[in-house]
Design a protein around this ligand. Structure first.
Ligand code: 5BU
Length: 358
């Protein structure tokens, strides 16, 4: 498929989802196709790890429900702190929630409840065993969220995480909101002044680049501004575990659902590339990735974890199986020095991508 031989910078131009376009550009800019699976046990460790490994990664994957001490406060909690680190380092947050239920229930689980995942996770994923209607339900929830965020940005009515952001039109301050604007619940808002952030991906040596963003966060990659105010879904098309019951038909149903919801589905969590129609440009993220210890053959066999997890090397996943982003958890977290191990994974995975391009 053409996307296998296309640089990420090219795919950034044709991807249909705004977050995919952003992510492909981020990958190109940071020379990284690495996602860290931040499966640590406490919120404190999670934030420290995200800050240390941030420069090497383009996606940080979470399982919020295995983190103790997760602070649910919508203004100051763990999600908000992660979002600030994501802005600082330039990565997207992916909550590996694997939603699976009827449409109405997943809408509620996605947007409300304790964790309010939609507020802080740019990306989440779904198992479509329950049928692809639930993808439409999640897309609808995301569209409503976006409309609400835009309303909140326009006015000072704040019902959730205060997210300063940009307007789709890239406009300046919003002058259309009036003191009489009310939200869906009849609450009255007043105008606040919002300056929008223009996404810029300038060369790192550009003199115009700011060192901080409008939140005062230090920008490690100053060319990166905030991601678009969108939410994206990955379909769980294939899993890495031994004896996985997902059939070819199931995987094919994921491909169909992705094509039907291009504005919301960014791509897949899969073990191989699934783009097949001429204009498919979905992104593939792949867990079950580990390198043999330094010094050993990088195409060598890597043992599973004894609990069903199976591993492939970045070279095999990216160069041979054609996926785009490798997801690494214990390979990095359990290393003596996670930041330098993350760099080793980043270099190997990027090298595999470059050799795929030929
Ligand atoms: P590991 O430590 O690199 O094995 O962690 C893998 C992570 O990816 C872990 O959070 C899993 O829940 C997650 N995962 C996976 O291993 N395999 C899959 O097919 C999917 C997710 Br989907």
């Amino acid at each position: 498929h053409p996307t296998l031989l296309q640089p990420y910078s090219e795919r950034a131009k044709t991807a249909t989802h705004p977050l995919s376009r952003y992510l492909f550009r981020l990958m190109d800019l940071k020379a990284s196709n690495l996602c860290l699976s931040a499966d640590v046990t406490t919120a404190r460790e999670l934030l420290a790890l995200a800050d240390k490994v941030g420069p090497s990664i383009v996606v940080l994957k979470t399982h919020y429900d295995l983190i103790s001490g997760w602070d649910y406060n919508p203004q100051t909690g763990t999600g908000v702190k992660l979002a600030a680190l994501a802005r600082k380092h330039g990565f997207l947050i992916f909550e590996d929630r694997k939603f699976v239920d009827i449409g109405k229930t997943v809408q509620m689980q996605y947007t409300a409840g304790t964790a309010r995942i939609i507020e802080w996770a740019h990306i989440t994923n779904a198992n479509i065993d329950a049928g692809k209607e639930m993808v439409r339900a999640m897309a609808e929830a995301a569209a409503n969220w976006k409309a609400r965020i835009h309303y909140e940005v326009k006015t000072s009515v704040s019902v959730g995480t205060p997210v300063a952001g940009q307007f789709e039109d890239g406009g300046e301050e919003n002058n259309n909101a009036t003191d009489d604007d009310r939200d869906a619940d009849g609450r009255k808002g007043s105008i606040v002044s919002i300056t929008t952030v223009t996404q810029s991906f300038e060369p790192a040596d550009s003199p115009r680049l700011a060192k901080t963003n409008e939140h005062g966060d230090e920008l490690v990659f100053p060319g990166i501004e905030e991601p678009p105010m969108d939410r994206g879904l990955l379909l769980l098309a294939q899993m890495s575990s031994k004896g996985c019951l997902m059939t070819k038909d199931y995987t094919q149903a994921c491909v169909e659902a992705a094509r039907e919801h291009k504005g919301f589905v960014m791509g897949y969590v899969a073990q191989e590339a699934l783009n097949s129609a001429p204009d498919d440009n979905f992104i593939h993220m792949t867990p079950g990735c580990k390198l043999p210890p330094p010094g050993e053959e990088e195409n060598g066999h890597v043992e599973g974890d004894g609990l069903g997890q199976q591993y492939n090397t970045p070279a095999k996943l990216i160069n041979i199986l054609g996926t785009d982003i490798v997801i690494v958890g214990r390979g990095i977290i359990q290393a003596a020095d996670p930041p330098s191990e993350a760099e080793r994974y980043r270099r190997k995975a990027w090298k595999a991508y470059l050799s795929r391009l030929g």
